[in-house]
Design a protein around this ligand. Structure first.
Ligand SMILES: *Cc1c(COP(=O)(O)O)cnc(C)c1O
Length: 484
């Protein structure tokens, strides 16, 4: 009566095994030979077309599906694994993380709760993060997709700390206080989005001006808090940034901690870019004050080189964290014995119920490389940024647009009509496949932006970027002179 062929397991495990090994080998080839590829190439029309075929009804062999992946997907990825990739803030990934992902997929654990040992792996990473950031053993931590969500969780716990858990039932409409949060004007846009999603509204996020080093101006912060209180509003949270996305600046976290403590505000740190620098004693000196945060958002998938996605939030007061999210439900009943034992569970600390085993790739990465080697890798990205900045300062044709604190360098080619020419330079370099910088605006000026997060990047790629910036700069600015 029942069709024994209905299972999705293969009927022939041996041929599946052969095909699996081929797939693994192809990915190892891809990573080991990545330097021989262009960083990025535009997708041809026929490849775009390939992905418009309709709902597949009949089966297709794994072999054929893998072949089309190799042909139509692999060559047209964004290129962040490539050492020449310096756009936005992207990690390069590692083979260790890749293999760990495979193992996690094999287990197919749901980390919302129950499976005890996978959850213990996640809890061990939480303890490692407590140690790294000098947090107490009672602090809680949770893997999430990325810092966008980790920052949202930080803000929500901050809100609970200020107005209590009644907000969960009442909703903001019935709360009289107008809650106000503070961050710098260089902070990541996901913080505004977090205020929107939380229903507090982005207008209630004060974007404090920065000093010449792109750090939040603490005098203005203090004045703004005073003004908000005088106007009857309720300041509840201040968000410092450890590594701004634009230029890699680090706020004066100690100074912010002091103000937050004096004003009884929650101190959250957006450490997506830079918090993991705590692994290096050299970089840690720039991050002092982060240990005093009430909550920290960070991304293992950026500087930590762990495969996407691997965001994380650490919260000092685990009770408040749990009170912000946990919900009793009949079908999620906790027991003291059996498979439903163990409380609180990860699903009590965030919006997700079903969760993947993200912790495993982080656990593997930290075990296999060790903190010392990861620290050295991060230090090297900073040294390369310093090298790039020095080359720019020595060149009469290039100009540095912001001081370099960590691993992000913003610069431009000096010429007439510089904004237009430099925008053109960035696109030309990207299309050439030589390197992949991105762009931003620094103090109103268009900047070529190199964010050196990839562990594979070496001096060669920095020299290539410099060479290409000069070459395209000269030709594009000359062209526009002739036209004028
Ligand atoms: C990347 C980044 C974010 C957002 O993190 P995601 O992991 O992309 O969600 C937030 N803040 C800063 C400073 C970032 O660099």
């Amino acid at each position: 009566m029942f069709d024994s062929g209905a299972t999705l397991d293969p009927s022939d495990w041996d041929s599946l095994r052969t095909q699996s090994h081929r797939m693994l080998d192809d990915m190892l080839d891809y990573v080991s030979q990545i330097r021989q590829r262009p960083v990025w190439q535009p997708t041809p029309e026929e490849v775009e077309q390939f992905f418009t075929s309709s709902l597949p009804v009949a089966p297709q062999s794994l072999q054929a599906t893998h072949a089309s992946f190799m042909q139509n997907v692999v060559p047209y990825a964004i290129g962040n694994s490539h050492p020449g990739f310096m756009g936005w803030v992207h990690g390069g990934g590692s083979v260790v993380g890749m293999l760990a992902e495979m193992l996690a997929a094999g287990l197919n654990s749901n980390l919302g709760g129950r499976d005890r040992i996978p959850i213990q792996v996640e809890q061990q990473v939480v303890r490692w993060m407590q140690q790294l950031f000098g947090f107490p053993e009672s602090a809680s931590g949770l893997f999430v997709t990325g810092s966008s969500l980790a920052n949202l969780i930080g803000l929500l716990v901050a809100r609970t700390s200020n107005i209590g858990t009644e907000i969960r039932a009442l909703g903001l409409q019935q709360v009289r206080e107008q809650l106000v949060a503070y961050t710098s004007c260089d902070a990541h846009s996901c913080l505004e989005r977090a205020m929107e999603i939380a229903g507090m509204g982005r207008n209630q996020l004060r974007m404090i001006a920065v000093n010449e080093r792109h750090q939040m101006n603490l005098l203005i912060l203090q004045e703004t808090i005073v003004a908000d209180r005088a106007a009857g509003r309720t300041p509840f949270c201040v968000i410092g940034t450890a590594g701004t996305v634009n230029v890699g600046a680090i706020d004066d976290l100690r100074g912010i901690a002091e103000i937050a403590s004096r004003e009884r505000l929650w101190f959250h740190v957006d450490g997506a870019c830079g918090a993991l620098g705590m692994m290096s004693t050299k970089i840690a000196t720039k991050l002092q004050g982060i240990q005093q945060a009430d909550s920290i958002a960070l991304d293992f998938h950026k500087w930590g080189q762990v495969q996407y996605d691997a965001g994380f939030v650490l919260v000092r007061d685990s009770q408040l964290h749990q009170d912000t999210f946990s919900s009793p439900a009949d079908y999620l009943r906790r027991e003291t014995r059996g498979m439903a034992a163990g409380s609180p569970l990860p699903c009590d600390f965030g919006p997700d119920l079903s969760r993947s085993f993200k912790a495993l790739k982080v656990w593997f990465t930290m075990q296999v490389y060790g903190i010392d080697r990861l620290a050295r890798m991060m230090e090297q990205t900073c040294e390369l940024a310093e090298y790039l900045a020095n080359c720019i300062e020595r060149s009469s044709e290039l100009e540095l647009l912001a001081p370099v604190t960590l691993n992000i360098v913003c610069f431009r080619y000096r010429c007439e009509d510089a904004d237009r020419v430099n925008a053109n330079i960035v696109v030309s370099i990207q299309e050439s496949g030589i390197a992949a910088p991105s762009s931003t605006i620094v103090d109103g000026q268009f900047a070529i932006r190199a964010a050196i997060f990839n562990h594979r990047t070496s001096q060669l790629e920095i020299d290539n970027l410099l060479g290409a910036s000069l070459r395209f700069g000269r030709s594009i600015s000359q062209e526009s002179q002739f036209k004028a």
